[in-house]
Design a protein around this ligand. Structure first.
Ligand SMILES: Cc1cc2nc3c(=O)[nH]c(=O)nc-3n(C[C@H](O)[C@H](O)[C@H](O)COP(=O)(O)O)c2cc1C
Length: 202
């Protein structure tokens, strides 16, 4: 029998070899895309500030769900930030420096039902927003596959995948996708192809 082997690229957790049979079972895996995206004014390329209806990480999260199906869940924080971008980024910096524990407005009651979780976040001051830790730490993620994606205005992923490995105890965290926020709306093909590849490689 011809066995086509594929190697799952992992950032942490166990790298696994899968055969065809396992790949077919990927169709039955329950997929969730969770993301945090800052509503309101966003810094775009060239120093422009735009008030977007749908923010950059949100746009990418929707491309992923459209490409691979499953459930989309937006993580929202109870903290109310200034509507002014420049004030907001200072508030976020202070929150992070003080180690404030951001709280989500809603939890996802059945997160444990999902096998594969795409986790999306913008880069804030060189890492992901504190709400990501609060949200993920709330659940038992052992045995799950976490696939990170991020938007930023130039930093890329930085150390966030390693940080997710720390937070998502017992999970396999895969390689991640970094998208430039101001290019999110023209990146559907790139994001969709990557998401499909990540699922078919599991
Ligand atoms: C508080 C704050 C801090 C940021 N820090 C960085 C940074 O360190 N590096 C970077 O490239 N972009 C940074 N950005 C830009 C965002 O990562 C970028 O605009 C992202 O696409 C926003 O995603 P969103 O629209 O989904 O919230 C920052 C934005 C905010 C609001």
């Amino acid at each position: 029998m011809l066995m086509l082997l594929s190697l799952v690229t992992t950032a942490c957790g166990q790298a696994r070899q899968n055969d065809n049979q396992t790949s077919n079972s990927n169709m039955e895996k329950k997929i969730l895309t969770v993301f945090f995206s800052m509503k309101g004014e966003t810094y775009m390329a060239g120093g422009r500030i735009e008030n977007l209806e749908k923010d950059n990480t949100h746009v990418c999260a929707e491309y992923i769900q459209k490409a691979v199906g499953g459930t989309l869940f937006e993580i929202e924080t109870t903290k109310v930030y200034s509507k002014d971008h420049f004030k907001m980024i200072e508030e976020a910096k202070e929150e992070m420096q003080n180690g404030e524990k951001a709280q989500p407005k809603h939890w996802l009651s059945n997160l444990e039902d999902y096998d594969v979780i795409f986790v999306g976040y913008p880069i804030w001051w060189g890492t992901y927003p504190p709400i990501i830790d609060t949200f993920l730490e709330h659940y038992d993620l052992s045995g799950k596959t976490i696939i990170p994606f991020s938007t930023s205005e130039g930093s890329g992923l930085l150390n966030t995948v390693a940080e997710l490995c720390e937070t998502c105890k017992g999970a396999t965290v895969t390689e991640a996708l970094a998208i430039r926020g101001s290019q999110a709306r023209s990146s559907e093909k790139k994001v969709s192809e990557w998401a499909k590849k990540m699922i078919s490689n599991l």
